[in-house]
Design a protein around this ligand. Structure first.
Ligand code: 4NP
Length: 154
């Protein structure tokens, strides 16, 4: 089993969107018994909360399920339990590096999946309000990531 976790700040906007989008692509390729996806936040404010209304709205639009998803806070155990740890921006990366074991962990900044994009971080729609922009980046990046996982590990 390959385990993937997306990490953002609150775990209600970007990382749950990525979890749902990648999960949907995995199901589309019938790989759900081989690849599992999760998400977490570096902050603790939204523990137990469902995805943000803006994330739910966009996932509904694209008919992607987020059923049962609730926010949790990342822990250093995640570095051991997940094969792929992806973060949405440089602040997330800095916060992950501060956790025990974080200094040497392999952490992929999400935008490294999209080297031709001008944006080098996934913007936080909690502040920008632009969930469509984030969806487009996440959708494109998850295609690249899934190809990468299939080629590397399956
Ligand atoms: P996310 O967005 O990191 O994409 O989930 C945020 C959600 C909540 C907060 C900040 C960012 N907050 O400050 O509560």
């Amino acid at each position: 089993m390959i385990n993937v976790v997306f990490v953002c700040l609150g775990n209600i906007c970007r990382s749950p969107m990525a979890e749902a989008v990648l999960g949907n692509k995995i199901a589309g390729k019938n790989l759900q018994d081989r690849i599992k996806v999760d998400s977490a936040g570096t902050g603790d404010w939204h523990i137990g909360h469902p995805p943000h209304e803006g994330t739910r709205k966009i996932l509904d639009e694209y008919q992607i399920s987020y059923e049962g998803m609730v926010a949790r806070q990342v822990t250093s155990k995640d570095f051991e339990q997940f094969d792929y740890v992806l973060c949405m921006d440089q602040a997330n990366l800095g916060n992950l590096r501060k956790l025990p074991g974080g200094e040497n962990a392999v952490i992929i900044p999400f935008m490294e999946l999209l080297p031709d994009e001008v944006l080098r971080e996934v913007p936080d729609p909690y502040f920008t309000g632009n969930f469509e922009e984030v969806y487009a980046l996440i959708n494109a990046g998850c295609d690249v990531l899934l190809d990468m996982i299939v080629k590397d590990k399956l």
